[in-house]
Write a protein that binds this ligand. Structure first.
Ligand code: C5J
Length: 227
């Protein structure tokens, strides 16, 4: 059993029944000229976590965790995009509209690809999700159960939207969640801060929070004990 120094208390997990979920590290949100930037956001803080997420991926791969990447994406005919979601955003910059990296948030378009630094390896799961949460209309719960996954480590963007929604959905389905605080980011620093506090408040009401260094220490110590 791995024991991570986390908030509000120690987070325990077994690597064999744990998956790392990297949420939406796709060009739409991270690249200048993408959907995030088109909405008026500065992408610099999101790009700044790429090295931390790469280190987290390397750590998870080294210790044999299941690795899952998600992409917020829609079918080209928008049949999985409800009108209420489609109407968000400015006219001309909505889901499905043409942008500098192809149609915005559309499956298969260049902007919808995960940034090259974090590209999925063969055998890793890539989940295309039409919602903010990773369980909505993806079949992921069933797949996780079939794989015997009980614990989920979370990273990615944005902290208060797709990451938090996925974590809450995971909590409702009985998974133990840990948010890796330096491997997640928001366009709004105050929203990230608030989300970290919310997740760990009230005894860890929707999960727990830890730094990447604490996770690495815990995994390294466990490996030393084994050898
Ligand atoms: C947003 C996301 N913010 N991945 N998506 O629309 O958080």
């Amino acid at each position: 059993m791995i024991e991570v120094a986390a908030r509000p208390g120690v987070y325990r997990f077994e690597p064999a029944t744990t998956a790392l979920v990297v949420i939406d590290m796709q060009r739409d949100f991270l690249d200048p000229g993408g959907f995030g930037a088109a909405l008026g956001n500065d992408v610099t803080p999101l790009r700044a976590i790429i090295p931390a997420v790469a280190n987290l991926l390397a750590l998870a791969r080294r210790h044999g965790l299941t690795v899952i990447h998600t992409r917020e994406s829609h079918a080209p005919d928008l049949s999985d995009c409800p009108p209420a979601k489609h109407q968000q955003g400015k006219l001309g910059l909505r889901i499905g509209d043409p942008g500098p990296m192809g149609r915005i948030l559309i499956r298969g378009e260049p902007g919808n690809q995960i940034v090259p630094e974090l590209a999925p390896l063969d055998g890793e799961w890539v989940i295309d999700k039409p919602g903010k949460g990773m369980f909505y209309a993806t079949g992921l719960d069933q797949r996780l159960r079939e794989a015997g996954i009980e614990s989920l480590l979370f990273a990615g963007v944005t902290t208060e939207v797709c990451v938090q929604t996925s974590m809450r959905e995971a909590c409702d389905r009985g998974y133990r969640g840990l948010l890796i605080e330096d491997a997640t980011e928001s366009y709004f620093p105050e929203f990230k801060r608030a989300t970290l506090e919310m997740v760990a408040a009230q005894g860890g009401i929707v999960g727990q929070v830890a730094g990447l260094a604490a996770l690495e220490t815990a995994l390294t110590q466990a490996m030393k004990k084994e050898s």
